[in-house]
Design a protein around this ligand. Structure first.
Ligand code: AMP
Ligand code: TRP
Length: 332
């Protein structure tokens, strides 16, 4: 059976981008067709400046939203990265396989370290080694597929390179995974700045739809989305990123094609209105289930405890094999 692994960082409240680019596919498709693991990758949240209480709160909220989105513990494994020590155990070995040059070439590292530099913040060493930990997340479970948004494909490519290099040097140990981005909405853009990704850790929040935003807030954000001075509604990502983003969001909500949708609109106003209503309806059941689950934290804790146990059982033999293969003396 195909093995799937994917994760979400608890660095901010989850956004519409997280849902359309990742979570929805995990719940509606992936968990039904494969042996799937979905992880709150909390260790990754420590690679940038963080507040301990906030990371703890966001980790619980992310897990609760994953369940609210429909991940079913009877079908898949839901857990928190730091509960399973195999991730960091394997990460070190992969740091010994990766090179400084390839880690520095990662776009996410370049962007985030540049941002830290311009705001006078220090750059944590873990921001550079981050892809080795991400590779460990994936390789420890012998995952075949990694469903992620387009922004993460470079990290999955690096994971493939590390797996192949390790296998070649030390003998066949890892399954070589591949990224499987969603067909539409692989990259939902910020409503106020449609040339940059809708990211949960951005400071300006007016262009970001959070999964737990009130319906009226969602409407307001979408109605105020930046478009352009064009008269006709056209789907052109390069030349007209604002309208294209709205068309993609609407298409993703309704399971339609953005190009086709464009033909049905005379004005941006009408497009915004329909998009706003579609998003409100998409998020309504999610918010309701989240409220019910948040009222029962013991249930959520139980799911995470069992998930971690199952995950540990899967990762342990793979990581043990990697330790032996690379030349470490087994503990007896
Ligand atoms: P992150 O928020 O960086 O932890 O991402 C969790 C998952 O959501 C990853 O698979 C990302 O690729 C995906 N994702 C995050 N933001 C977006 C976005 N704006 N559009 C599409 N997918 C996204
Ligand atoms: N780096 C991913 C992101 O920023 C999160 C992540 C960490 C991940 N480990 C992973 C995603 C393993 C998929 C598989 O979105």
């Amino acid at each position: 059976m195909t093995r799937i692994f994917s994760g979400l960082k608890p660095t901010g409240h989850l956004t519409l981008g997280n849902y359309l680019g990742a979570l929805r596919q995990w719940a509606d498709v992936d968990q039904h067709r494969a042996d799937a693991l979905f992880c709150v990758v909390d260790l990754h949240a420590l690679t940038v400046e963080h507040d301990p209480a906030r990371v703890r709160r966001l980790s619980r909220q992310a897990a609760t939203l994953m369940l609210a989105a429909g991940l079913d513990p009877a079908l898949c494994t839901v857990f928190v990265q730091s509960h399973v020590a195999e991730h960091t155990r394997l990460s070190y070995l992969l740091e010994c396989v990766a090179t400084d040059g390839e880690l520095r070439r990662m776009i996410q590292y370049k962007e985030k370290s540049e941002r830290a530099r311009t705001t006078g913040q220090s750059i944590r060493f873990s921001l550079l080694s981050y892809p080795a930990l991400m590779a460990a997340d994936i390789l420890a479970y012998a995952a075949d597929e990694v469903p992620v948004g387009a922004d993460q494909t470079q990290h999955v490519e690096l994971t493939r390179d590390l797996a192949e290099r390790f296998n070649q040097r030390y003998g066949p140990t890892f399954t070589v995974p591949r990224a499987t981005p969603p067909a539409v909405a692989a990259r939902v853009m910020d409503l106020q700045d449609p040339t940059s990704k809708m990211g949960k850790s951005h400071e300006a929040t007016s262009g970001i739809v959070y999964l737990l935003d009130e319906a009226d807030v969602v409407r307001k954000k979408i109605m105020r989305a930046v478009t352009d001075s064009g008269r006709e509604v056209e789907y052109d990502r390069e030349a007209r990123p604002g309208p294209a983003n709205l068309l993609e969001i609407l298409a993703a909500c309704e399971g339609r094609n953005p190009d086709e949708l464009a033909g049905g609109y005379e004005s941006y106003g009408a497009l915004k209105k329909d998009t706003a209503e579609a998003v409100v309806e998409l998020l309504r059941p999610l918010r309701e289930r989240h409220a019910a689950l948040a009222a029962d934290p013991e249930y959520v804790d139980g799911v995470l405890r069992e998930g971690a146990e199952r995950a540990r059982g899967m990762a342990r033999p793979v990581v043990d094999a990697a330790y032996r293969a690379i030349g470490l003396l087994p503990a007896t």
